[in-house]
Design a binder for this molecule. Sequence first.
Ligand SMILES: Nc1ncnc2c1ncn2[C@@H]1O[C@H](COP(=O)(O)OP(=O)(O)OP(=O)(O)O)[C@@H](O)[C@H]1O
Length: 269
Amino acid sequence: MLVKLPDITIINILDILVVALLIYKLTQLIRGTRAVQLIKGLVVLLVATTVTDWLKLYTINWILKNIKTMVVVAIPIVFQPELRRALEQLGRGKFFARPLDFLGEEEAERLVNELVRGIEMLVRDKIGALIVIERKTGIKDYIETGIKIDGLVSAEFLVNLFVPKTPLHDGAAIIRGERLVAAGCFLPLTENPYVSKELGTRHRAALGISEQSDAVAIVVSEETGIVSIAVEGKLTRNLGGTATKEKLLDLLVAKNNRQMAFWNRRSED
Ligand SMILES: Nc1ncnc2c1ncn2[C@@H]1O[C@H](COP(=O)(O)OP(=O)(O)OP(=O)(O)O)[C@@H](O)[C@H]1O
């Protein structure tokens, strides 16, 4: 027996494509922000409500339905800053811009060279610094806690930012692609109870951002001049010039190339 499909018109296809594009853009917009946790929670709540309804667990179902209503009312209040930002971006036409600038091999190598040169200068002058490099997870929640700047990364620019007593030296500088996009940013501190008591808030902030995202955080200690790199909640300490360069090349260039290779492979299929 043949199942008769409903008539599908070009308009229907266009309708579906526009909705798909909007959902895709929305996921890109919230990727790496605290809204992701909320969406996960909502999905769990929706599934639980449907399952309890299906199993005829009336009391639990009544409670879950009421929680759902409360959550829907609470969202605009709790996420007011994010919603305002999204609407602003929509107004400025940034909603459809690419959220991340992925680098080619040459640009990534240039970035690493400038970083390493800058770190050497910071170490030499014992200037404390916290530099975060955004990767796939968007960290704009944290970028917006600082002062926005937009300049090509160079060693001199980096050192200048962290000179003590200058307005932007406190907090973290954030790099997106080849550009320094913000300075003086406030990062979340790690809540890991096993972190050595010797480590102060600069190192804890580096660990914190590496737990919350896939960003790479570089710390130059003001006290000791020691260079450390935090990735995925782990801090590698006492990195010399060569080790710093190798680690950054591994984290930024090799990953990028793998990503590019995957992309090229997909487009050649
Ligand atoms: N949450 C945070 N986000 C970003 N930067 C922070 C944060 N907390 C502290 N910092 C930075 O760390 C500096 C203080 O570092 P502190 O001496 O406490 O840390 P430390 O890990 O011992 O580093 P150092 O070895 O350089 O002294 C602050 O001046 C500020 O620039």
